[in-house]
Design a protein around this ligand. Structure first.
Ligand SMILES: *[C@@H]1O[C@H](CO)[C@@H](O)[C@H](O)[C@H]1NC(C)=O
Ligand SMILES: *[C@@H]1O[C@H](CO)[C@@H](O)[C@H](O)[C@H]1NC(C)=O
Ligand SMILES: *[C@@H]1O[C@H](CO)[C@@H](O)[C@H](O)[C@H]1NC(C)=O
Length: 286
């Protein structure tokens, strides 16, 4: 329980800071008795610009500090929060001996360069958030252990990258410039359940037949693209988002949750058996 609370705290601070007074999270921590978080080194060495709470010495909080470069990361760390800074590069030696890292939060920075080996040694890495940066390509040599990779809101990702870790459960690529996905894209990821590629430039031509006909997939978000027809998907899929494409005509299958508004479909194009499926289909928006 306590572990989860600490981990989530690192993200919560960020959202509070974004929505309200940037320092409110700090004062609220103080008022809840976390004042000792500041500059206390009894849990081990800690870079001056970050907080390493002695009660949870494997986490390092460096979010919202106007940092321009990666800080030194002590080797005991498992969770580092570096989001919402102005970091522009993650060099090869950025993580030094911190090979135990499990979560690395680097979203909301200005990262435009990542060393080829920067993440390679992080063999336990589970979550890597690089969304809202200036990446033009996906970092190479991502650890195989990675399960949650967020690359949404970057500058120019033209295509879904090759060589992503096979263990991925979640892959977020929204708001890039992706036009196509590779042939057999999903066959290499047997654990992938959630894919978000909304707000890109995907066309039907860019999606090879059966790409998304994968029985492990739970959620597929292809909204805000340039599709004119609904791609083949598995009947096991639970959430399919297709709104704001250019989809026309009739279709004959129903999912648990399907969003199609902002296309060129009317209620009359719904299959006649739709009513029978409504017991399963909890929400169909046209
Ligand atoms: C990393 O570990 C090696 C071997 O244990 C050690 O020689 C080196 O000083 C460490 N580097 C840092 C930056 O702590
Ligand atoms: C990153 O991208 C933003 C928005 O596209 C741009 O304003 C900014 O200058 C870029 N910064 C760097 C360091 O490339
Ligand atoms: C989708 O995949 C299933 C299972 O592999 C297969 O039986 C089915 O024919 C595929 N659908 C299409 C339209 O190719």
């Amino acid at each position: 329980m306590r572990l989860i609370a600490f981990l989530l705290l690192g993200l919560l601070k960020f959202s509070l800071a974004q929505d309200r007074d940037p320092f409110q999270w700090l004062s609220s921590l103080h008022s809840r008795g976390y004042a000792s978080l500041q500059a206390d080194n009894t849990g081990g060495e800690c870079p001056e610009e970050c907080d390493c709470p002695p009660t949870f010495p494997i986490a390092m909080y460096c979010d919202n500090r106007n940092m321009k470069q990666m800080p030194y990361i002590p080797s005991r760390m498992k969770y580092v929060y570096l989001q919402h800074n102005q970091i522009t590069s993650v060099p090869d030696n950025a993580f030094g001996n911190a090979s135990n890292l499990v979560w690395v939060m680097l979203h909301e920075n200005h990262i435009n360069s990542v060393g080829k080996q920067a993440f390679a040694k992080l063999v336990n890495l589970d979550r890597l958030y690089l969304n809202n940066n200036n990446l033009t390509e996906v970092p190479s040599d991502l650890p195989r252990s990675l399960r949650d990779l967020r690359l949404n809101h970057n500058t120019i990702l033209k295509k879904v990258p090759n060589g992503l870790p096979e263990m991925l459960h979640q892959l977020y690529l929204e708001s890039n410039s992706i036009e196509a996905v590779p042939e057999n894209f999903l066959s290499q990821f047997t654990n992938l359940q959630y894919i978000r590629i909304s707000h890109n430039d995907l066309t039907n031509k860019g999606i090879p037949q059966n790409t998304f006909n994968n029985s492990g997939l739970v959620e597929l978000d292809l909204s805000f693209n340039k599709l004119v027809s609904i791609p083949v998907v598995s009947t096991n899929l639970q959430h399919l988002y297709l709104q704001a494409n250019q989809i026309k005509g009739t279709f004959t299958f129903i999912y648990f949750f399907l969003r199609l508004e902002g296309n060129e479909i009317s209620a009359g194009d719904m299959p006649s058996e739709a009513a029978l499926c409504l017991r399963l289909a909890t929400d169909i928006a046209v």
